[in-house]
Design a binder for this molecule. Sequence first.
Ligand code: PLP
Length: 402
Amino acid sequence: MTSKPSLRHGRPYLAIPGPSVMPDRVLQAMHRPAPNIYAGEVVDLTASLVPDLKYVAGTEHDVAIYIANGHGVWEAALSNVVAPGERVLVPATGRFGHGWSEMAAGIGAEAQILDFGKRSPWDLERIADALQADSERKIKAVLAVHVDTSTSIRNDVAGLREVLDETGHPALLMVDCIASLACDRVTMDAWGADVLVTGSQKGLMTPPGLGFVFFGPKAAAARQAMPRVSRYWDWVPRANPEFYYEYFGGTAPTHHLFALRAALDMIREEGIENTWARHATLARAIWAAAEAWGADGPMELNMPDPAFRSHAVTALRIGAPHGTALRDWVDQNLGLTLGIGLGMAPPGDPAWHGFFRIGHMGHVNGHMILGLLGGIDAALKALEIPHGDGALEAASTVIAGL
Ligand SMILES: *Cc1c(COP(=O)(O)O)cnc(C)c1O
């Protein structure tokens, strides 16, 4: 039996905002027998990850590693510094802000949400007002999502730090850099962030399953003042283990560690500044194409202002049913998988089909981005979705550095 001819037989390309493309070097690093977890290579390798993780996050402070996804480190971070009944302030610019606030509610905290909608970044004045109104200083922490992956909005973390300083509010600044680490410029210490959380499967190019919580001295002091912290989430033994098993509260995630070692080697070799610059250029190529398509048709970048657009993910609006039709077309015909729209319309609502996202985080280069833009261009033509001309020309001009 032969199926009908198609252009999908070849290397598939998963261009969703996590998990991201895994480099062959990362995959090959995992292709090996299980190592001893009591002595030898894996023990030394684990210690070697710590300085490189801090390099990527721009911090000299501590890091705890968890066998967890992003939701896991949301809970891990909160469990160390927020007790039941305490309040957190959550400025939300998309689904992930709401997700972190739900996690806070789940550990018994009271989440105060400032919702900025789906197409605007944080309004720092409104955040300042909320902090000033908290005259009893009940807000224990501000939960800040740097890049909200659903809307592709990138928020101004340094600006939020200034607001905390200017209002003299003692709340901890906790930042979710799950989508942005090793893609957009992330500088924990220069920002003055107290806690930073991230995961393995986005800019770090490693399979889902590792989560990281970085914490500074103010957060460490808040941890010490907690009435209790669950043993598994406690960051103290993980960050400063006396025995190897304490890094992970049990068996080490051995093959993930080999994978992460290879990924961090790649980032070290490239240099984090170059990694950020590569993501910035590739993002501009995508924006240039989207603007050209949108000049004569329904395609629209979700975030109008380029200053607040992520370099790791791009959310697009194209009107129902075009979003789903386009994703299906490139998947079935080209072996290219694009991301669904997340949190833009309720699933089940016909409007849900009017959105899609492009993941461009981690192991992506110029030819991959030009290829995916070419695929979208072909889908617009095949599906007869109205669109402006010159998108690929505009993107290749950016890639050419002109
Ligand atoms: C992906 C992501 C998460 C959730 O991570 P999971 O690994 O899916 O639990 C949280 N926040 C942001 C900003 C993300 O991009």
